[in-house]
Design a protein around this ligand. Structure first.
Ligand SMILES: [Zn+2]
Length: 408
């Protein structure tokens, strides 16, 4: 594993620490007739030895990922709906109190957060490249520009709407390899006293939980407070607050402001100190993570192979983007997991990317219940297990693989 690449943040040397082999696009659910025409790329992650940013070794062209039919909807989970509504309400009372405030959300998805802002009568704009979800946001009364956010977009928005008091991005910034253009755009569009708030999966949580399925085409960067502070400084901004979030298997919400406009909260220094203790920027620690991932893959395939030999019925639960990494890295096909249930209509009747597990509607799960269910949406485990209480009551068992393979 001596592969290197150039850091997308600082240009420094990125050293590879985990290799997931050839992978399909995580949302490329194919029709049975489309097998053989899929796009594959090499998925591997590395550490920048200069600025400590963890990132993929190679990027996938963005138009291949965030196209018209992008299937993920923020409103799909009740927990996430509540999360975004709480944040919107918080912004309304903390940051949007001046005269005629203006909010921009990068990657507003279906408008779950901005709808609360819109309902409060506050000026806003969502920038969303995926036409299908952007249309959903418009139906919610949210103002949307179907576009990628970058330097030129920001200049255009500034000319039309004036500076933004808050620029927000949830599970979006980590998707974007051309982050220099985003940060230039933020610096252009942000009001002098404004804040840029973004939240994304937290590398320290991924390492601690060995949640390797967070690594897929759409997640290009894996942030820490240490790497975000370095990135912000390089862009003339300052990391002024951090907040750990329990969603999506562990995230951090970072708040950036123009240099010298706000005093960083103690939480910033505390998190950076904790990251030093956890050695999140140590190549040896990251390579040990890679070794643990390989062990999980072996345990999971052995378990599924044994269950098949015993004649047990195993179903997949939740055809998430994350499941692509697990299925393809472990080599799990329909011979081991004959189908996966998912509530997204656009995925039903199709096959999962690369691994080709048929996706069926959720009612197939109980008709009849399988003996075991492999839970891909483990970040929503509590919500799902509660909803599917009857499955366990009838003797069904869940298979989880983060932080290790276990049956519950
Ligand atoms: Zn770097």
């Amino acid at each position: 594993m001596s592969a290197t690449s150039a850091c997308r943040v600082c240009g420094g040397r990125v050293s590879q620490f985990a290799d997931f082999g050839r992978q399909p696009l995580s949302d490329a659910f194919v029709l049975p007739g489309e097998i053989g025409q899929e796009f594959f790329y090499d998925l591997a992650a590395g550490l920048c030895e200069s600025c400590t940013m963890v990132q993929l070794m190679a990027e996938v062209p963005r138009e291949r990922m965030f196209h018209h039919d992008y299937p993920y909807l923020s409103a799909g989970s009740a927990v996430m709906r509540a999360h975004f509504m709480k944040l919107a309400k918080c912004l309304l009372v903390t940051e949007l109190t001046g005269p005629d405030p203006f909010v921009v959300e990068i990657g507003c998805n279906d408008g779950t957060m901005l709808r609360v802002i819109a309902d409060a009568g506050v000026r806003h704009l969502g920038v969303e490249p995926s036409g299908g979800v952007a249309e959903r946001a418009r139906e919610q009364g949210v103002r949307v520009r179907t576009d990628f956010f970058e330097a030129a977009t920001a200049a255009d928005i500034l000319a039309t709407d004036g500076p933004a008091d808050v620029i927000y991005a949830a599970n979006t910034l980590c998707h974007i390899p051309y982050i220099d253009s985003i940060l230039t755009g933020v610096r252009t569009l942000l009001a002098p006293e404004g804040v840029f708030v973004f939240e994304d999966p937290y590398l320290a949580d991924i390492l601690e939980r060995t949640s390797f399925d967070q690594i897929y085409d759409e997640h290009f960067f894996f942030f820490t407070a240490t790497s975000v502070r370095a990135m912000a400084r390089g862009a003339g901004l300052e990391l002024v607050d951090v907040e750990r979030l329990p969603v999506h298997g562990g995230e951090v919400r970072y708040t950036l402001a123009r240099q010298g406009t706000r005093t960083p909260t103690p939480a910033v220094a505390e998190l950076i100190a904790a990251e030093a203790v956890a050695r999140v920027a140590d190549l040896a620690v990251l390579r040990a993570f890679g070794a643990r991932v390989a062990a999980i893959a072996e345990d999971l395939t052995s378990l599924l192979t044994r269950l098949r030999a015993e004649g047990r019925r195993v179903a997949g639960y939740g055809a998430t983007a994350k499941s692509a990494t697990v299925l393809n890295y472990c080599g799990i096909g329909p011979d081991l997991v004959p189908f996966v249930c998912d509530s997204t209509p656009a995925k039903q009747g199709r096959l999962t990317p690369g691994a080709h597990l048929p996706v069926v509607p959720p009612d197939a799960f109980s008709d009849p219940y399988p003996d075991y269910a492999l839970l891909f949406a483990w970040n929503h485990a509590e919500e799902i297990m509660d909803k599917e209480r009857a499955f366990r009551e009838k003797g069904g068992k869940w298979i989880l693989y983060v932080p290790e393979v276990r049956v519950v």
